[in-house]
Design a protein around this ligand. Structure first.
Ligand SMILES: Cc1cc2nc3c(=O)[nH]c(=O)nc-3n(C[C@H](O)[C@H](O)[C@H](O)COP(=O)(O)OP(=O)(O)OC[C@H]3O[C@@H](n4cnc5c(N)ncnc54)[C@H](O)[C@@H]3O)c2cc1C
Length: 469
C-alpha cells in the first residue's frame, strides 16, 4: 500500500517512476513483474492522476470514468490482474440529443453501420470502407491528412454524419476536425470494435486494487512526494531530487506532464537546444469543466441512459464546444449498480471541454460567479432529461481547468496530454538523455485510460531493455 513521505528508502533503485497516473502505475507494475526494483513517487496524496475520484457527504464522484474501449480488459488482465479486468462492464445506453438528431446506440460497429445506413442514408459500401480505413490506421502512418479531409472524402458535406462520428470523440478528448485523421481513426476504431466500457465498483476501487497489486509485486509507492528535479550525470539519467533528498536510480520514467518534464525538471543543457525548442513548441490539448451532482439518499431517478451527448448548437462546431458559453455537454449518469453492495446512490457528472485561458486570471469573485453560472446552466439543461432534478440534488460542485491543473500539475490543466507532435518528444527523450523515459497522455492515441496504460507497458519494455541483464 502507498506510504506517505520518503522514510526508509533503499539506497538505489533500478527505476524511479515520477507520477502515479495510469501510465506511471502500469509502467511501474510491469517493471516490478519483470523483476526490477521500482520506486514510484506521486505528488498528490492519492494515486490515479486524472483517473481519480473524491468523496462529498456520502457521495463518491468519478472524475474520468465515463467510458473506455474494450481493449482495456485485455490490458488489465495481462498487465494487472484478472480480479481487476473481470469488473469491466459495457455501457449500453448511449444517447445523442441535438438539433440535428436524437438517437440511442450501443456505440459499436454493427449499430453504427445500421444508423449510418438506415437513419442517415449513407451507402453500406461507403460505411464499410470508412470502417476498414479507420481500423487500419496506426501511429506510424502519414499525419498530413486531417479528420476533416477524411470525413469529406467519405461523407462529403454531411455535417450531421460528421457530428455523429466526431462529437463524442471531441467531448472525450477535445480533438478537432483539424487534428491528424489517424488520431481520430485509432480512437474511433478502438471504441467501434465492441462499444463503450466502464469499471464496476468505481475509480476508488479500481485504483485501490492497483495499489494492492503494486504492493504485492514489490513496488515501493510513495505519495505526497513532489519530484522537483531529474538528475542527469554524464549525459545519463541517474536519479531524482524530491523532498530535499537525492534518490539514485539506474533509470527514470516521468509520468508527469511532458513539457514540465523536459522544460522544468531537467537542467538546461541536459537535452539539446533543438530538442528543447521542439518541446517548447508542443501544444497541449484543452482541458475540461465538470459539474458533479449527488442525488439525495432515498431519491431515485429513472434510467435516462449512461452517457448523454447533448448539444443545443445547430451544427457540430468544435470551437463552440470549447467555448465558455457551453452549448454542449455530456451527462454521465452513475446508477446504484455501479457500486454494487454500496448504498443506493445516484450521481451525475456533466462534462464539457474548456480552455484554460478562459478560466485563468479571473479574480476570486469572478471565478466564483462563473462557476455558479456554469452550475445553473447545467441544472437547467439537466431538467430536460430529469424533470425536477434540482430538488433531488443534495450536493453540487464545479471543477474547471484550474482544478485539473491544481491536482495533477498538468500544463493548462490539459485533460488529454499533448497534441500529436508530443509523441515524437516523448519517444525520443531517451535518445537525448539515456535512461530517461516519458510515459502518459500524448498525441491522443497514447491517451485516455487505455492509451495511457498501454503506453506504460511499452515504456516499461523499453526501460527493461535499457537496464539489460
Ligand atoms: C474530466 C476528464 C474526463 C476524462 N474522461 C475519460 C474517459 O471517460 N475515458 C478515458 O479513457 N479517459 C478519460 N480521461 C483521460 C484520462 O483520465 C487520462 O488520459 C489518463 O488518466 C492520463 O493518464 P496519465 O498516465 O497520462 O497520467 P495523469 O493522470 O496525467 O497523471 C500524472 C501524475 O503525475 C503526477 N505528477 C505530476 N508532476 C509530478 C511531480 N513533479 N512529482 C510527482 N508526481 C507528479 C500527478 O500528480 C499525476 O498523478 C478524462 C480526463 C479528464 C480530465
Amino acid at each position: 500500500m502507498a506510504v506517505r513521505g520518503l522514510k526508509d528508502l533503499k539506497e538505489s533503485y533500478d527505476c524511479v517512476v515520477i507520477g502515479g497516473g495510469l501510465g506511471g502505475l502500469t509502467c511501474a507494475n510491469r517493471l516490478a513483474k519483470m523483476g526490477r526494483s521500482v520506486l514510484l513517487l506521486e505528488q498528490h496524496t492519492q494515486l490515479g492522476g486524472l483517473a481519480t475520484w473524491f468523496k462529498r457527504k456520502k457521495h463518491i464522484f468519478d472524475v474520468a470514468l465515463h467510458g473506455f474501449p474494450v481493449g482495456m480488459t485485455k490490458t488489465l488482465r495481462k498487465y494487472w490482474s484478472r480480479d481487476i479486468s473481470d469488473r469491466i462492464v459495457q455501457l449500453k445506453g448511449i444517447r445523442f440529443d441535438n438539433p440535428q438528431f436524437q438517437l440511442e446506440t450501443t456505440y459499436d460497429r454493427e449499430d453504427f453501420i445500421r444508423l449510418l445506413t438506415d437513419k442517415f442514408g449513407a451507402t453500406r459500401e461507403t460505411v464499410e470502407r470508412f470502417f476498414t480505413v479507420t481500423r487500419e490506421m496506426n501511429f506510424f502512418d502519414d499525419q498530413a491528412k486531417t479528420t476533416r479531409e477524411l470525413f469529406q472524402e467519405f461523407f462529403p458535406d454531411r455535417d450531421d454524419i460528421w457530428r455523429l462520428l466526431m462529437e463524442p470523440i471531441t467531448y472525450a478528448n477535445g480533438s478537432t476536425l483539424d487534428d491528424p485523421a489517424i488520431s481520430y481513426g485509432i480512437v474511433f476504431s478502438n471504441f467501434m470494435s465492441q462499444g463503450v466500457f466502464t469499471f464496476r465498483g468505481g475509480t476508488d476501487l479500481f485504483i485501490s486494487l492497483m495499489d494492492k497489486e503494486l504492493g504485492a509485486n514489490g513496488v515501493d509507492v510513495r505519495v505526497g512526494v513532489l519530484v522537483d528535479k531529474i538528475i542527469v550525470d554524464g549525459g545519463k539519467a541517474v536519479g531524482v531530487h524530491a523532498g530535499g533528498k537525492t534518490i539514485r536510480a539506474r533509470s527514470v520514467v516521468s509520468n508527469a506532464n511532458l513539457k514540465t518534464t523536459v522544460l522544468d525538471m531537467l537542467d538546461n543543457g541536459a537535452v539539446s537546444p533543438e530538442f528543447r525548442a521542439k518541446t517548447e513548441a508542443v501544444r497541449v490539448n484543452n482541458s475540461s469543466c465538470q459539474v458533479y451532482m449527488g442525488i439525495k439518499p432515498g431519491e431515485k431517478i429513472d434510467f435516462i441512459g449512461d452517457l448523454l451527448f447533448t448539444s443545443t448548437a445547430p451544427k457540430f462546431d468544435a470551437e463552440l464546444m470549447l467555448s465558455k458559453n457551453v452549448t454542449s455537454r455530456t451527462f454521465s449518469v452513475y446508477y446504484p449498480d455501479m457500486r454494487p453492495g454500496g448504498p443506493e446512490r445516484y450521481t451525475i457528472v456533466a462534462s464539457s471541454n474548456a480552455r484554460y485561458e478562459d478560466w485563468d486570471g479571473l479574480t476570486p469573485e469572478q471565478y466564483k460567479a462563473e462557476k455558479a453560472r456554469l452550475a445553473e446552466d447545467t441544472l437547467n439543461a439537466l431538467e430536460k432529461y430529469i424533470p425536477g432534478a434540482r430538488a433531488k440534488i443534495d450536493h453540487l460542485e464545479v471543477a474547471t481547468p484550474r482544478t485539473f491543473k491544481r491536482y495533477t500539475l498538468h500544463v493548462k490543466g490539459s485533460s488529454f496530454g499533448t497534441k500529436f507532435e508530443g509523441l515524437e518528444i516523448s519517444q525520443n527523450l531517451p535518445k537525448e538523455a539515456p535512461g530517461l523515459f516519458h510515459t502518459g497522455s500524448v498525441a491522443i492515441i497514447m491517451s485516455g485510460w487505455l492509451g495511457a496504460a498501454n503506453y506504460g507497458v511499452i515504456v516499461a519494455n523499453e526501460v527493461d531493455k535499457y537496464l539489460g541483464v
